[in-house]
Design a protein around this ligand. Structure first.
Ligand code: HEM
Length: 392
């Protein structure tokens, strides 16, 4: 077997593996997980968007003793219409594009504050110094977490995402502990905001209603935890992965610096080329076929977004990072009723972060050859360290 020497080779090997599966076993059953793996664009897009046949509601299909008991499992991402539709309408009243746009100057300020710490040094770890702290600070501010509780809030968030696929008993304990501290914290915060509403997301969530229905306490907690889990590591990965793309195509840094209007397209291409979310699960509601395979009612499916986004049948020269790619109907934020609610926020944060880096880190950029530590968990794709130098 080939010796994998560097992270780059590891990443190339990962994508080669997906290409092979698309070509030879596009719909294949994994007995370890008792789940179907789907690798092609058309199949992944179908499964994500046909919610009548492919359910998100794991609680309907997994016996109680095997269920993930976190508040996420009862949040909108693991719910089907019509309940999903109603709850999404409620949370959309609070989590509005206008509210996200209002964050722009704060995102700018936080980004610049973080870059102030490193610009003079001529080097930074993009993950540690910018891509990690930016989204978590924004979410904490959006939720109205007081400054004194921010350090704790970061620990809770870390405990949820520390799972590397190699979680120890201790990690699990820490994660359970974090979950219960967080549930207590949010319960108290809801009480405070009910009594004294403020101009923040939690207050807006408490007020939002459809047909006279408000979110229950459990649903409110589920949504806040979902924002924390769904919105942090993914956005960190988008920023980190975009820098990895630019490192592979060094001429593009200069081009983007000169033509800033290309940046949104470059970020969409980064979402396709190195997708922060690897896969999403679904469960077959009825018996159906995908390709030549018969899927039984109740079986689990993994829709491999990361593979679909490199499918040559959908994206010509799929293994090339082309910042002006058009069309670019990538599945990085999903498809259909569960399409990422936080996409405008993630796009805005990544655009501001990259723009500030282009402004303040002059000349050509170089990512060190040191180990980058790809995240090993099953659902996200990114790296843990990204040492970058530039011309001072
Ligand atoms: C680059 C960053 C991000 C990526 C790649 C991403 C990706 C995704 C994907 C693929 C889904 C679909 C899940 C499914 O089909 O089952 C999703 C849903 C969701 N995302 Fe994101 N996300 C990102 C950032 C965010 C942020 C910043 C937030 C909020 C602060 C957020 C909140 C959500 C929520 C609430 C859902 C569930 C929507 C629903 O079920 O109706 N995401 N995201």
């Amino acid at each position: 077997m080939m010796q994998i020497k560097t992270n780059r080779e590891e990443i190339v090997a990962l994508y080669d593996g997906f290409r092979q599966m698309r070509e030879t076993q596009p719909v294949s059953f994994n007995p370890n997980f008792q789940a179907w793996n789907l690798y092609r664009y058309d199949d992944v897009a179908r499964v994500l968007s046909d919610h009548a046949t492919f359910s998100s509601e794991q609680n309907r299909f997994i016996p109680a003793e095997y269920r993930d008991s976190s508040p996420i499992s009862s949040s909108i991402v693991r719910m089907d219409p019509p309940r999903h539709h109603k709850l999404r309408q409620i949370v959309s009243q609070a989590f509005t594009p206008r509210m996200v746009a209002q964050m722009e100057s704060r995102i700018q300020e936080i980004t610049n504050g973080l870059l102030d710490q490193v610009v003079a040094k001529g080097e930074m770890d993009v993950i540690r110094d910018l891509a990690y702290p930016l989204p978590i600070t924004i979410i904490a501010e959006l939720l109205g977490i007081s400054t004194e509780r921010r350090a704790e809030f970061k620990q809770w968030s870390d405990a949820f995402v520390s799972g590397d696929g190699e979680a120890t008993e201790e990690d699990m304990q820490a994660s359970m502990q974090a979950m219960s501290s967080m549930v207590n914290y949010f319960t108290q915060l809801f009480e405070e905001r009910r009594a004294h509403p403020q101009n923040d997301l939690v207050s807006a969530l408490l007020l939002a209603e459809v047909d006279g229905e408000h979110l229950s306490n459990e649903e409110l907690i589920g949504f806040c935890v979902l924002l924390l889990v769904a919105g942090n590591e993914t956005t960190t990965n988008l920023i980190g992965n975009a820098i990895l793309c630019l490192d592979e195509y060094p001429g593009e840094v200069e081009r983007l610096r000169a033509q800033r209007d290309l940046l949104p397209k470059a970020l969409e291409e980064a979402l396709r080329y190195y997708s922060p979310v690897r896969l999403q699960p679904r469960w077959a509601v009825t018996e159906t076929t995908i390709g030549e395979q018969r899927i039984e009612a109740g079986q689990m499916l993994f829709a491999w977004i990361i593979s679909a986004n490199r499918d040559e049948a959908q994206f010509p020269e799929a293994d090339q990072f082309k910042i002006e790619r058009e069309p670019n109907r990538h599945l990085g934020f999903g498809r259909g009723v569960h399409f990422c609610l936080g996409a405008p926020l993630a796009r805005l944060e990544a655009k501001i972060a990259l723009n500030a880096m282009l402004d303040r880190l002059p000349g050509s950029w170089h990512v060190s050859d040191a180990p980058l530590f790809p995240i090993k968990n099953m659902s996200t794709f990114g790296i843990k360290k990204l040492p970058l130098t530039w011309n001072k």
